[in-house]
Design a protein around this ligand. Structure first.
Ligand SMILES: Nc1ncnc2c1ncn2[C@@H]1O[C@H](COP(=O)(O)OP(=O)(O)OP(=O)(O)O)[C@@H](O)[C@H]1O
Ligand SMILES: [Mg+2]
Length: 236
């Protein structure tokens, strides 16, 4: 069974109304691997994550998680299987404190103490800021909180959409160091990024999406070398 990927997407199509934006996506995330999914604006990266995470219906194609056919599964069922998603944009509750944001995660059958312990071990800065409203944190700290929340669910597969959006390069590096540490504990990760170099540094494999399809896959260094050509080539 060791060869069964944690995620396999086969010929996936999806549309907004009559406009098809996923046009036959094939993608595979091996167990325990970090896969970077790169590509220009509008390529369909976020749409792909929405379909994988059950927030949007596909029109055709298949999704398997750890060998289980999950096409059309509800977000709750996917969570049971170990899928956790951090969507594009800030996904914390701005009017709640750091601690309250974390406490909301304790309803999943995990105690508040366990939640705090996991979160603060990865991000000591969140401990310092625990009584602060999440909306008043820096952008980087908000993403740390989003990651901390995601980790409390003990995911098998983590989907990350543009963690770096709007953040300074140094903060992005720091966040990705942590993503690398999370991966080292055995969590499989599919990371969508436009900040190609930072994501490629921690990736085991990379894929490039343009125009609703994965148009290249390979080792991070191979993809880094051809990335500019693909994107400038305007295949999207
Ligand atoms: N809610 C929506 N309704 C209609 N069209 C949409 C919607 N969301 C996205 N689209 C369109 O679908 C296409 C793919 O968008 P998507 O957000 O998946 O791309 P992306 O690769 O994540 O881009 P970005 O790098 O800008 O985040 C784009 O043409 C976009 O305009
Ligand atoms: Mg996007």
């Amino acid at each position: 069974m060791s060869g069964v990927p944690i995620l396999e997407v086969i010929d996936l199509h999806a549309a907004y109304g009559r406009i098809e934006v996923l046009r036959g996506v094939n993608l595979r995330v091996p167990k325990g691997a970090v896969v970077a999914l790169l590509g220009p604006n509008g390529a369909g990266k976020s749409t792909l994550l929405k379909v994988i995470s059950g927030q949007m219906e596909q029109t055709s194609g298949d999704i398997h998680m750890a060998g289980v056919h999950v096409t059309g599964a509800k977000p709750d069922d996917l969570a049971q299987l170990g899928l956790t998603t951090i969507p594009e944009g800030r996904s914390v509750f701005p009017n709640l404190t750091v601690e309250e944001n974390l406490l909301l995660m304790s309803y999943a059958g995990v105690s508040a103490d366990q939640v705090f312990e996991t979160a603060y071990a990865y991000f000591p800065r969140l401990h310092e800021r625990r009584y602060q409203l999440a909306g008043t944190l820096s952008g980087g700290e908000q993403q740390m909180l989003a990651l901390a929340r995601a980790l409390t669910s003990d995911p098998a597969l983590l989907l990350l959409d543009e963690l770096s959006m709007g953040l300074a390069p140094l903060i992005v590096e720091e966040l990705y160091d942590t993503v690398g540490r999370i991966a080292a504990t055995g969590v499989s990760i599919l990371v969508v990024e436009q900040f190609a170099q930072t994501a490629l540094k921690i990736a085991d494999h990379a894929a490039v999406m343009t125009g609703g399809r994965v148009v290249a896959t390979g080792e991070p260094n191979e993809i880094e070398a051809i990335m500019a050509d693909i994107v400038l080539g305007g295949a999207a």
